[in-house]
Design a protein around this ligand. Structure first.
Ligand code: PLP
Length: 417
């Protein structure tokens, strides 16, 4: 993405670390350099405050109370749904189902849609860079229905092979389930084009947006996908809350997947009838405070602007890529032409876990391992990588601290530099 005019690529700092209280704490007596944003992001004061204020001033159960506080809590919850609609540019708020996160959103579609619509011999296309959350739910659905999965291969840069994809789109394909952005490699997949191709072949498309919503503008109508899943905690919001976008006609034709309060119209021991979507998929008391916190997180990123966030992280990714490439013995894994702020790498002579542990003593928090994407590691013939993943509060100092700590680890291990 090209940097807009107001963005000064030289600054590489959005100047908002102070909004995140945790970033001023020390770890092992060092400044916390938090580069594990692909796993979860830190929370701004406004999100922490919104959740606290909900419990202090607005707490009640939703959708069934006649009293003022319950109606107030219901309003806040439904305003949260409208905020998610706005974030994704969905056509209607009732296309947004609240879930615990991406994992639950994908399981909802796998169990409700796939288990009720697929037959033996039907096919689901996945890709070689999927998170386990976008693999295992489909395997479970296939075990129950007799459908099978097919996998789009990756090239050496970690990009999907679109020629292969086109050839795989045969008449038995019912669904394509792909990540918007790979958490292990940073690859940004061409989801709009892939959706168009899938639709031409008569298949639906689910996009796993866990790594996308916090880092670039997302427009589900422009992508044209049928389902889109994300988690609040990777978007500067609380854990335990996320959402599924689903085209309304599809949601309305899907059976419930969990039964309980709030998802029914009438209940008798002979037979129950179900509420319309999205309530049909929100059985039981939901994470109301989580929705309030998520709404505050969405306000936070929309106030800054996702274009601006993408430009900042893109500039920092360039800076970090060049800095790591300049360190001998470091090899980047995932070098797609279209890439988000994820630096996955291996260092000669140092196991990723050892590297992560040593960096931690310098206050540098990165992730080491397979990143819940074991097939990616198998594809590149490595047990795992070290991964630094960027967020809007990271700056050039954080990258410099990472590079310095890698150098210190190489010295400690006596690895040739
Ligand atoms: C984190 C992640 C998930 C799972 O998200 P949860 O919040 O753990 O449900 C799925 N897909 C991708 C690409 C992810 O990065």
């Amino acid at each position: 993405m090209n940097a807009p005019a107001y963005f000064h690529a030289e600054s590489l700092d959005m100047g908002n670390k102070a909004d995140f209280p945790i970033l001023s704490r020390l770890v092992h007596g060092k400044r916390l350099v938090y580069l594990d944003n692909g796993a979860t992001t830190q929370k701004p004061q406004s999100v922490i405050e919104a959740e606290r204020r909900f419990y202090q001033e607005s707490n009640a159960n939703i959708h069934r109370g006649v009293h003022w506080l319950s109606q107030h809590a219901t309003d806040l919850y439904e305003q949260g749904r409208e905020r998610v609609r706005q974030l994704l540019n969905a056509a209607q708020a009732n296309e947004i189902v609240f879930t615990r996160g991406t994992t639950e959103a994908i399981n909802l579609v796998a169990q409700s849609w796939a288990c009720s619509k697929l037959s033996p011999g039907d096919e689901i296309i996945l890709s070689g860079l999927e998170h386990h959350s976008n693999i295992v739910p489909w395997q479970l659905a296939c075990e129950r229905t007799g459908a099978k999965t097919k996998v789009i291969p990756l090239n050496d840069q970690g990009e999907l092979d679109l020629q292969q994809y086109k050839q795989m789109l045969g008449p038995r394909v019912r669904l394509v389930a792909i990540a918007h952005i790979s958490n292990a490699l940073g690859t940004i997949n061409p989801v709009t084009e892939m959706t168009r191709l899938a639709h031409d072949a008569g298949a639906l498309v689910l996009v796993d947006g866990a790594q996308a919503v916090a880092h670039q503008p997302v427009d589900v109508q422009e992508i044209g996908c049928d389902f889109y899943a994300f988690s609040g905690h990777k978007l500067y919001g609380p854990t335990g809350i996320g959402a599924l976008y689903g085209r309304y006609d599809l949601l309305q034709a899907m059976p419930p997947w969990q039964g309980g309060g709030d998802m029914i119209r009438t209940v008798s021991f002979e037979r129950s009838t179900y509420a319309d979507a999205p309530q049909r998929f929100e059985a039981g008391t939901p994470n109301i405070a989580g929705v309030v916190g998520l709404a505050a997180a969405i306000d936070y990123v929309l106030d800054i602007g996702l274009e601006r966030i993408a430009a900042h992280e893109g500039a920092l990714l360039d800076y970090g890529t060049k800095a790591l490439q300049a360190v001998s013995g470091v090899r980047l894994i995932g070098t797609a032409a279209d890439k988000a702020g994820i630096l996955s790498f291996v260092v000669d002579g140092i196991h990723p876990h050892d590297l992560g542990t040593i960096l931690d003593t310098d206050g540098v928090a990165i992730r080491a391992g397979h990143h819940c994407a074991m097939p990616v590691m198998t594809r590149f013939g490595i047990p795992g990588t070290a991964r630094a993943s960027l967020a809007l509060y990271n700056n050039r100092d954080d990258i410099d601290a990472l590079v310095k700590a890698i150098g210190a680890a190489q010295t400690m291990f006596g690895v040739e530099r």
